[in-house]
Write a protein that binds this ligand. Structure first.
Ligand code: AMP
Length: 527
């Protein structure tokens, strides 16, 4: 080779270009002795250390063991099984391989998940010659058939129904499968795919002659039964769901009434910092209504639920990833397992019925070290879910009042009116209290005068007209009843006249009603 030729050769990549410090307690991909082409791809996707499920699974899986892993989306399980499959295929090259005979098969319950896995597989095989194909329902059948029949496929990612269609048409044969991955087995079970998977598994080599990796978010009795049948002496690995902490997701749960929710949602999605928002609701009809209302309010928004046709769902998801619209409203089934980077806000319009879904939902934001915000609305219909969620996430949820800026205009106006009225009421109450205090002081002073006057009888007031009744109001004690004293200054000439005036009859309690007072006065007048 001439020097000139050398100059134009593509520079080779060297593992020395991928430097990751050794950190106690962390497993680097370097520590697993992976093929160089795979390491280069791992560097390019930006992984440095294994996630817990990867650190636990890879040593066994790379050694050829079957594994059953309890792990959810967000744990890094996809890379765990892809790295296993890619390593195996690169390390055991075949002399000959036929079209329509994949070597690794990955089964996933939904199209979105299958396409996501295929995308990750493409990234991780970028520097190898391995070929990846996806066959999923709801998308161009002929194109997928061509992919299978016109070129070699090493890694096939499939949803069960569409794969069976191609098996029946003899477009694909599974007898050369070396690695079988069954992802989200629990959802396969929920979605009624088990008979299809049985058919597919029967078309692959016996379990001693293939490696099987099975992942499920739960290890129910049924799942463990299926694992028993499909795997061979599996290693069982469990990873607790990665509960997002306040470090990466700022979580709020607002106490709202059901009719406050929509206004609050509209306000949140209108905020400038809410640039990519996922809204979750428990039912399709709620998803539909919310999407319609947000659109009507001028917010770029799309729905992702079971009632949206498949090809539209994929376009929707792509559009959301590309930032063509700001808000994606989804149900849990449609929203699970999708990877969209840079989701700024997750809003739980309704709290999920299953506590696990709360973690799945809020895990859509705060990814890849970025900060995220999750806002949940708890109203009269769904706040009863909170204790189960708290128990699941192992921490207390602090319920907050809806901040004023998220309330509807009417609610804000109403609350401002209430506040203004409260201020007026307070001012009035203070004024009345002051006036009463003043009056009491004045009365107390009068009472003092009157006491002196009564003691000094007959010189009442000095001015009391002789022979007439003079009425004076006094107070018995500081907070005692008001008393009306009526004084009769007897004409000394009538000194012998017996009057019925006694202390008792002269003092009428002012605590009595006006009527009583009037009555006493009348009685006195009758004296
Ligand atoms: P998964 O659980 O497979 O859905 O993966 C969740 C997310 O974690 C994906 O966005 C992956 O690209 C990312 N991921 C997987 N493994 C690693 C790793 N070792 N380091 C950093 N990110 C990872």
């Amino acid at each position: 080779m001439t020097n000139q030729n050398k100059r134009y050769r593509r520079p080779r990549w060297h593992i020395a270009q991928f430097k990751v410090e050794e950190v106690p307690g962390k497993v680097r991909f370097h520590d697993l002795f992976l093929p160089i082409a795979l390491m280069r791809a791992i560097q390019e996707v930006g992984y440095e250390y294994c996630s817990p499920i990867q650190a636990m699974t890879l040593p066994y899986a790379l050694a050829g063991h079957d594994c059953i892993g309890k792990a959810q989306t967000g744990t890094g399980k996809t890379a765990a099984f892809l790295i296993t499959a890619i390593t195996d295929l690169l390390e055991h090259r075949l002399e000959e391989q036929y079209v329509g005979e994949p070597r690794a098969l990955i089964l996933a319950p939904t199209r979105e998940l299958a396409l996501q896995i295929a995308e990750d597989a493409n990234s991780l095989t970028k520097y190898s010659r391995l070929k990846v194909a996806a066959v999923v329902g709801g998308m161009d059948f002929d194109k997928q058939q061509k992919q299978l029949t016109e070129q070699r496929v090493d890694i096939l990612v499939a949803t069960p129904g569409r794969l069976i269609d191609f098996m029946n048409r003899k477009a694909v044969f599974l007898d050369q499968i070396e690695i079988l991955v069954i992802d989200e087995a629990d959802r396969m079970l929920d979605m009624g795919f088990i008979p299809d998977i049985k058919t597919i598994v029967r078309a692959t080599p016996r379990n001693e002659n293939r490696q099987t990796l099975m992942f499920s978010a739960t290890f129910s009795y049924d799942i463990l039964n299926l694992a028993e049948r499909w795997t061979n002496e599996p290693v069982r690995i469990e990873v607790e769901p990665k509960v997002k902490t306040s470090d990466d997701v700022e979580q709020h749960v607002y106490l709202v009434s059901s009719d406050e929710k929509y206004h609050a949602l509209r306000r949140i999605v209108s905020q400038e910092e809410a640039d990519r928002v996922m809204v979750f609701a428990n039912r399709r009809d709620i998803v539909r209504d919310l999407t319609d209302n947000l659109k009507a309010d001028g917010i770029a928004c799309q729905a992702l639920s079971g009632e949206v046709p498949q090809n539209k769902r994929i376009r929707t998801l792509d559009g959301f990833k590309e930032g063509k619209f700001k808000v994606l409203v989804a149900t849990d089934v449609a929203g699970r397992g999708i990877h969209v980077d840079g989701v700024s806000h997750v809003i739980n319009f309704t709290l999920p019925e299953d506590a696990e879904d709360y973690v799945h939902r809020i895990g859509r934001t705060g990814r890849a070290g970025k900060k995220g915000v999750s806002i949940s609305f708890a109203c009269e219909d769904d706040s009863f879910q909170i204790p189960a969620i708290e128990e699941y996430i192992k921490r207390k949820i602090e319920l907050e009042q809806l901040p004023e800026e998220l309330r509807s205009d009417e609610a804000v106006v109403a609350s401002e009116k209430v506040k203004a009225q409260a201020k007026v009421d307070k001012a009035e109450a203070e004024a009345v209290a002051d006036a009463e205090a003043e009056a009491l002081e004045a009365q107390a002073a009068d009472a003092q005068v009157q006491d002196n006057a009564v003691d000094a009888e007959p010189e009442v007031d000095g001015e009391a007209p002789v022979g007439e009744v003079t009425r004076v109001e006094v107070q018995d004690s500081e907070d005692g009843p008001e008393i009306t004293v009526e004084v009769f200054v007897q004409d000394p000439e009538d000194e012998d006249d017996e009057t019925e005036s006694s202390d008792d009859s002269e003092i009428a309690t002012a605590s009595a009603s006006d009527d009583e007072a009037e009555q006493k006065k009348d009685e006195k007048g009758n004296v």
